[in-house]
Write a new protein. Structure first.
Ligand code: NAD
Ligand code: UDP
Length: 315
């Protein structure tokens, strides 16, 4: 039986990946320290063939028996999480990635690093293609995340070139869907939570900054295709549909029928002004392109949301 190990498997993306791997018939080992993930995300898959190991990837991990695929997703991912956990973020990107790569090498497993569009920083090239080296402030508050991921990419390429490990790097652009934590601080869960409670929607700055939002099922399909191909350099996976944050707030107000107003809060330091993936490589290499557009994805997210919709006012 094929065995996959997923670090960060109790998180938002990791738990969807575990679902997919079980559906593919794999035995799944989910490793997580539960820093930002929860057991609730994997409750529905506590079944034969699924094993949860509570472990911090900063430390060495010993696994018995064969492992065919290692997906390394463990890392704080939301700006409020990595700003709260700067040293931990640097350590999981460095020591954690080292341990995950060492495990893949020992088991002769295929390896996939969950990297990020943040390696492009506040990009001066638009849209961003994989050849772009980025525009990152290494000492700014976001530097702990951006540089940890850039280091993790360098380490992954070194394990491939020097040690012959079968590695893959996915640069993930903003992804959303069910199981995001309502208070994780990222724009989509925050705006949905605020809109459902008719509370002010907190748009940072003027909301002119752009992002391109990918629905989780599309991303997981990209992971699955990427880890089985023979390309070792980074590949962008994201939805090129680009929206300003103000547009996002307006779409969410409309979809939820909310009475929320939009309020402007301070723009965080080094917040990227624009972001859109060039996905030509993923199209060519993996025959992959996203299928779920923003409004449909937001509806699916709303349906799957665990936090309660406020009860209708009494007549
Ligand atoms: P998440 O916070 O829901 O998941 C991260 C998981 O990693 C959590 O379950 C957390 O408990 C676990 N974790 C953190 N540090 C750990 C450690 N030291 N040892 C073991 N487990 C640890 O976030 P997510 O959105 O699911 O992100 C998953 C991965 O994808 C991250 O590596 C993130 O950088 C990357 N990524 C996500 C996005 C996105 O839009 N969601 C974009 C770019 C990159
Ligand atoms: N954002 C916002 N209000 C919020 C949360 C986020 O305006 O309550 C903005 C944030 O400044 C950024 C964009 O939305 O420009 C996307 O933020 P998110 O944290 O979702 O992702 P990232 O900045 O990592 O791309």
């Amino acid at each position: 039986m094929t065995t996959s190990l997923v670090t960060g498997g109790a998180g938002f993306l990791g738990s969807h990946l575990c679902d997919r791997l079980l559906a593919e018939g794999h035995r799944v080992i989910c490793v997580d320290n539960l820093d930002t993930g929860t057991l609730e995300n994997i409750e529905h898959i506590r079944q034969p063939g699924f094993e949860f190991v509570q472990h911090d990837m900063i430390g060495h991990l010993e696994v018995a028996g064969p492992v065919d695929y290692v997906f390394h997703l463990a890392s704080p991912a939301s700006p409020i999480d990595y700003l709260r956990l700067p040293l931990h973020t640097l350590k999981v990107g460095s020591y954690g990635t080292h341990n995950a790569l060492g495990l893949a090498k020992a088991k002769r497993a295929r390896f996939m690093l969950a990297s990020t569009s943040e390696v492009y920083g506040d990009p001066q090239q638009h849209p961003q293609s994989e050849e772009y080296w980025g525009h990152v402030n290494p000492i700014g508050p976001r530097g702990v995340y951006d540089e940890a991921k850039r280091y993790a990419e360098a380490l992954t390429m070194a394990y491939h070139r020097q040690q012959g490990v079968d590695t893959h790097i996915v640069r993930i652009f903003n992804t959303y869907g069910p199981r995001m934590r309502p208070h994780d601080g990222r724009a989509i869960p925050t705006f949905l939570r605020q809109a459902l409670a008719d509370k002010p929607i907190t748009v940072f700055g003027e909301g002119a900054q752009t992002r391109s939002f990918c629905f989780v099922s599309d991303l997981i399909e990209g992971f699955w295709r990427l880890i089985r191909c023979n390309h070792h350099e980074p590949v962008n996976i994201g939805n090129p549909g680009e929206f300003t944050i103000l547009e996002l707030a307006e779409v969410i107000i409309r979809l939820t029928g909310s009475r929320s107003e939009i309020v402007n809060d301070a723009l965080p330091q080094d917040d990227p002004a624009q972001r859109r993936p060039d996905i030509s490589l993923a199209r060519r290499l993996l025959d992959w392109s996203p299928t779920v557009e923003l409004e449909e994805g937001l509806r699916l997210t709303l349906e799957g949301m665990r936090f309660a919709v406020p009860p209708a006012p009494a007549p």
